[in-house]
Design a protein around this ligand. Structure first.
Ligand code: AMP
Ligand code: SF4
Length: 468
């Protein structure tokens, strides 16, 4: 099963809807680099441009200025680390049936796709892609008989399980919704008289739109003719389970996500970490860029100076020419290089936002040792990741997660650290505003939506022990 990060943007009523969507996607590029797509509607015709690559590679002036006509648009960017990269899996997913044009952009991952797909295939549906989004579209079509599009969407949502933030363009309507747990984010904003939606508010900043609020978990917003209507997907009370990993690592620090400032939350996590696990060191240092904000928080709380002694090459593309000789760990070195003079003889405290496999971090720590660091301690601004995510963040299966089966002392030894501390779960919750509104499943295994059988097996996968 593929797990994907994704970014969404939508706008209603703007004369340059495609161009605004292009900018929105540009600001959300960190959420996906594999493919990008924009679909527009001009009142009678639906148009699309989708392609593999970065936003600026997929669209050109001809698309934005001429071809993608219309004042309603939805856009999507996608990143998938597993499975085949296929253009037909790029979104928004577009279908025409009867007199309806439907474009769907999806962020998240459904957990009952296989079961639903078998059911729909038995009833005669034919699938073109391997995306769970297509299952959702078939469900809408199935429920359209005698129903409005809103009713059909509500019925389709009652069948799907998992994480979904969706933007749906259907004839003259733009519809935005979030699953009842609110696992993935989606924000509502306004640009003059036009409504806009985006996964993160950094997209609003770029086009100078004003942030209004988040689409609430379980809420469906319909925009038509400049009017906004809000309705509930279900009456069943469902606890909020917003992905806390958006705040830890995934979202951009200049965004609001779930109504929380990502920058402030990351700093608060670093400050809590400093109180939980103080250490005597010469300075605090992040591995850029993801660890920067927690490192600032740790430094301010502990009083230890902050040094930026690891330098990142910002121009590393997704692919670069590998050396022909056996230069081990070249890909890690090309990205990050320490400032030699800062390292020798020093007691260094590294603040990192998360450890997944531990292999990249190990290479970086090894380099610091080679340069003569006296002590290397690490404080991680999230709890140990011990369980896989089924809702759209690509972690490895449990067998590859270093913290799944290894005690902290073994992980410290593997990475080559003098000490290692992970932020505790209560410490993490102390660092965010809402205490009982987040999914923590990758830390504690309490899945808000149980993964179905074939996925559940991943959780039971053979345990791997760290060696070396
Ligand atoms: P590793 O050495 O494999 O544990 O890599 C950890 C680094 O990957 C950290 O610096 C994280 O910022 C980053 N990271 C965190 N979560 C993910 C993810 N889901 N996919 C890719 N990289 C991640
Ligand atoms: Fe986010 Fe972790 Fe929950 Fe996945 S399991 S949705 S990464 S908090």
């Amino acid at each position: 099963m593929k797990r994907e990060y994704c970014g969404l943007f939508g706008i209603y009523g703007h004369p340059e809807a495609a161009r605004m969507t292009y900018f929105g996607l540009y600001a959300l590029q960190h959420r996906g680099q594999e493919s990008a797509g924009i679909v527009t509607w001009d009142g009678s015709t639906i148009r699309e441009q989708r392609g593999m690559g970065l936003v600026h590679e997929v669209f050109n002036e001809r698309h934005l200025g001429k071809e993608l006509k219309g004042n309603v648009a939805v856009g999507h960017i996608r990143y998938s680390t597993t499975g085949v990269s296929l253009i037909r899996n790029a979104q928004p997913f577009l279908v025409r049936f009867k007199d309806m044009h439907l474009a769907v952009a999806h962020n998240g991952n459904l957990v009952n796709t296989l079961e639903l797909r078998h059911e729909l295939e038995n009833e005669g549906s034919i699938f073109q892609t391997t995306m769970d989004t297509e299952v959702f579209v078939h469900l809408i079509a199935k429920h359209m008989n005698g129903s409005t599009i809103e009713e059909a969407i509500v019925k389709a949502c009652a069948r799907i399980k998992g994480a979904y933030s969706l933007l749906i363009l259907v004839n003259n309507k733009l519809i935005a919704l979030r699953d009842p747990h609110g696992l993935r984010p989606l924000a509502l904003g306004r640009l003059n008289d036009n409504y806009v939606f985006a996964s993160e508010t950094c997209a609003f900043d770029l086009i100078e739109a004003e942030y209004m609020r988040q689409v609430e978990p379980g809420e469906m917003i319909v925009v038509e003719g400049g009017r906004l209507t809000s309705m509930r997907l279900t009456d069943v009370p469902t606890p909020k389970r917003q992905c806390i990993f958006e705040l830890i690592y995934f979202a951009r620090p200049d965004s609001l996500v779930f109504d929380e400032g990502v920058y402030e939350r990351r700093k608060a996590m670093g400050a809590t970490l400093a109180r939980e696990a103080p250490v005597d060191a010469d300075f605090v240092m992040p591995f850029p860029d993801s660890g920067n904000y927690a490192a600032v928080g740790y430094s301010q709380e502990s009083g230890l100076p902050l040094e930026l002694a690891m330098i990142r090459n910002h121009y590393v593309g997704r692919t670069f020419i590998q050396p022909s000789q056996d230069m081990r760990n070249f890909s890690v070195r090309v990205k990050l290089n320490p400032v030699r003079s800062m390292i020798e003889g020093k007691r260094i405290l590294i603040v990192e936002d998360s450890i997944v496999r531990g292999t990249t971090i190990r290479t970086r720590v090894k380099k610091l040792r080679e340069l003569g660091a006296r002590e290397i301690h690490m404080r991680v601004s999230c709890p140990a990741i011990r369980f896989p995510c089924f809702y759209g963040i690509d972690f490895s299966s449990k067998g590859e997660l270093i913290a799944a089966n290894n005690p902290v002392a073994d992980i410290a030894r593997f990475i080559g650290l003098d000490s290692l501390h992970y932020l505790s779960i209560p410490g993490l919750l102390d660092s965010v505003t809402e205490k009982n509104a987040h999914c923590l499943a990758c830390f504690d295994g309490n899945y808000p939506i149980p993964p179905c059988d074939h996925q559940g097996k991943l959780c039971l996968e053979a345990e791997s022990k760290v060696t070396g």
